[in-house]
Write a protein that binds this ligand. Structure first.
Ligand code: OSB
Ligand code: MG
Length: 389
């Protein structure tokens, strides 16, 4: 894994080595304000998986971004619970922890389960930031005080519904519109959005809905001046994407396929994409995310922060991460109210009229968790404590 080599990773350390006292796993269900549909499926509510890590009388929060069903990747809420409860947490409770590379090293012998690891790494990073009295963004190496954001619009039954939503979010200031596409809802739909909004930053996300056999059809998107086409081909492919990228003038961006630092480097080496979508959950935590950030920055590859319909906790982590210098394009980090009638943090994440979100300057995530509301929506809470020695 060799996350230790990256300089920014080395900053995520507590003032002194600490013993972690407890890890709480919590499942919370929030209804979505409207259903969200992408090429692989549709959801109406989000079962959120939150991690609370305790040490030195303080607590840090993280979020496991897996969904209930293995549609985006193979992980689910249940596989992540299993991985954390039975393998990751016990590894963490053994002795003292110094820094995030140490956390990643304890997990290094296990294969897979990136979203599970990431949830724990996120909670650890927030905890360390709070112990240091530093905003998480600064701890991660963030330099921006506001981050630019775009919105991701799901597949709609009717073109009119999509066009109304595009207008709505542009009116709120969002800097970039991303439209979810699939066969039958793609070139014509994107063409219509482009015709109405000639100047906007516009992209399409296929969530792996196509194959190389669709290359001629996908070339129809080249005339539309899109910022990028995200993950057109298989979820774990990079070779076919490299073939497709050579035939398209539009930049490809990989999301699902970038599962860690090694894969990111390979994808860039073979020209599988020209833009990278970063999701801390997908790459297995901050140890990988910061290394990928440093790689993209050093190669001049535009990077942006993706989303998984997170609660305010995951959202706050995304805001902090997107404040790093390599994040040069607007992220999929919308306001809490884009998805939820009420979020679990206070204040909620807000997008200003210029399409930016303020990076909090208070210690840790910089948002308070609304514990009474959280309790009222919790479906399961499990607390794992360090074994007494
Ligand atoms: O592919 O980027 C994606 C949501 C869930 C799963 C995958 C994706 C998305 C989004 C929405 O596009 C991002 C967000 O607003 O959180
Ligand atoms: Mg995507």
């Amino acid at each position: 894994m060799n996350a230790t080599a990256a300089s920014s990773v080395a900053r995520i350390r507590s003032p002194a080595p600490i013993r972690l006292d407890a890890l709480e796993l919590r499942l919370v269900r929030l209804p979505l304000r409207e259903p969200f549909e992408v090429s692989f499926g549709r959801i109406e509510s989000r079962l959120l998986f939150l991690i609370r890590l305790e040490a030195e009388g303080m607590a840090g929060w993280g979020e496991v971004v897996a969904w209930e069903r293995p549609l985006f990747s193979y992980e689910t809420v249940e596989t992540a619970r299993h991985a954390i409860r039975d393998f990751l947490a016990p590894a963490l409770f053994d002795g003292q922890v110094e820094n995030i590379a140490d956390v990643a090293d304890r997990f290094a012998g296990f294969r897979g389960h990136p979203m599970a690891r990431a949830g724990v790494e996120m909670a650890y990073a927030d905890l360390v930031a709070r112990l240091r009295g530093e905003p998480l963004a600064r701890l991660l190496g963030g330099t921006r005080v506001r981050v630019g954001v775009g919105v991701s619009l799901g597949i709609q039954g009717r073109l009119e519904s999509l066009l109304t939503r595009v207008e709505h979010y542009l009116g709120l200031g969002y800097q970039r519109i991303k439209v979810k596409i699939k066969p039958g809802w793609d070139v014509d739909v994107m063409g219509e959005v482009r015709r109405r909004h000639p100047g906007v930053l516009l992209s399409a996300d296929a969530n792996a809905a196509y194959t190389l056999a669709d290359r001629e059809h996908l070339k129809g998107l080249d005339a539309l001046g899109l910022l990028m086409i995200e993950q057109p081909l298989d979820h774990d492919d990079i070779l076919d994407h490299a073939t497709l990228q050579k035939e398209l003038s539009t930049a490809l961006c990989l999301d699902e396929s970038i599962t860690g630092l090694g894969r990111a480097r390979q994808a860039l080496d073979i020209g599988a994409c020209r833009i990278v979508n970063m999701k801390v959950g997908r790459v297995g935590g901050y140890s990988q995310a910061l290394a990928i950030h440093d790689l993209c920055l050093s190669r001049g590859v535009p990077l942006w922060c993706g989303g998984m319909l997170e609660s305010g906790i995951g959202r706050a982590h995304n805001v902090a991460l997107a404040s790093l210098p390599g994040f040069t394009l607007p992220g999929d980090i919308s306001a809490s109210r884009r998805y939820f009638a009420r979020d679990i943090i206070a204040p909620e994440v807000e997008v200003a009229a210029d399409g930016t979100i303020a990076v909090p300057q208070a210690p840790g995530l910089g948002f308070e968790v609304d514990v009474p509301f959280l309790e009222s929506r919790s479906e399961a809470v499990e607390r794992l404590a360090r074994p007494r020695s």
